[in-house]
Design a protein around this ligand. Structure first.
Ligand code: 13P
Length: 252
């Protein structure tokens, strides 16, 4: 069975102090133990959040990482630095990193491999632009990203790999892909993983949907067979909405 995973991607929000306050607020509530709840915080907040995570129900995630162990890479953060702060998940290849910071699939592939080599779990983001969807090219785009970004992985790695399908046109726009569209792409991603890495890998890999997920649409999205979780931006920045997302199985 794949454990549902609801992850907050705080993006470039919250100072270390604000991050501690939010994590403490979330921890005042009981979170559904059947759901894995992750907060992917800015790198500068990791230490502060780690300090308040003892006994917490939350898992810690980062939003990016460089693939080299150490060296002359000004401004970058290594896998060992994240591990030292007890980071468990690392978002790799978010569309904002691909678009604004010009990360390409060759770089993203190295990062995914480095996350796994360092005993952490990648949340690999894939997804198409509006133009690609209008042109009916969304599957080709996502398939291309998957084949390049996951190259070299072993079937057993998929116990740890999370793939987040984030259609770029649905991020921060209030436009959500319909639950059927999310399911269609999640099923396509699982099929592609199966064809490339085998049936067990396809059964193990957890697939999230991301893009304007809110407390009022999370249940429908999570009811889809191939959707195992959500990667949430805006609605993860306040304790009450993040808690309702994680506790989506309970009556609201
Ligand atoms: P929003 O939930 O704000 O649309 O952001 C989605 C996202 O990019 C999560 O990684």
């Amino acid at each position: 069975m794949r454990k549902p995973i609801i992850a907050g991607n705080w993006k470039m929000n919250k100072t270390p102090y604000q991050a501690q306050v939010l994590v403490k607020q979330i921890d005042e509530y009981e979170l559904d133990p059947a759901v894995e709840a992750v907060v992917c915080v800015p790198a500068i907040d990791l230490q502060a959040v780690n300090e308040v995570l003892d006994g917490s129900q939350l898992h810690l995630g980062a939003q990016n990482m460089y693939f080299e162990d150490h060296g002359a890479f000004t401004g970058e953060i290594s896998p060992a630095m994240l591990k030292d702060l007890e980071v468990e998940y690392v978002i790799i290849g978010h569309s904002e990193r691909r678009e604004i910071f010009k990360e390409d699939d060759a770089l993203i592939q190295k990062k995914v491999a480095a996350v796994l080599a360092n005993g952490m779990k990648p949340i690999l983001c894939v997804g198409e632009t509006l133009e690609e969807r209008v042109a009916g090219e969304e599957e080709d785009k996502v398939r291309g990203q998957l084949l390049k970004d996951l190259e070299g992985l072993k079937p057993e790695d998929f116990e740890k790999v999370v793939i987040a399908y984030e259609p770029i046109w649905a991020i921060g726009t209030g436009k959500t892909a319909s639950a059927d569209d999310a399911e269609a792409m999640a099923a396509f991603i699982r099929k592609t993983v199966g064809e490339t890495f085998g049936k067990e890998a396809a059964e193990r890999v957890r697939i999230q949907y991301g893009g304007s997920v809110k407390p009022d649409n999370v249940r429908e999205i999570m009811s889809m067979d191939d959707v195992d979780g959500a990667l949430v931006g805006g609605a993860s920045l306040e304790a009450p909405s993040f808690i309702s997302l994680v506790n989506y199985r309970e009556d609201l």
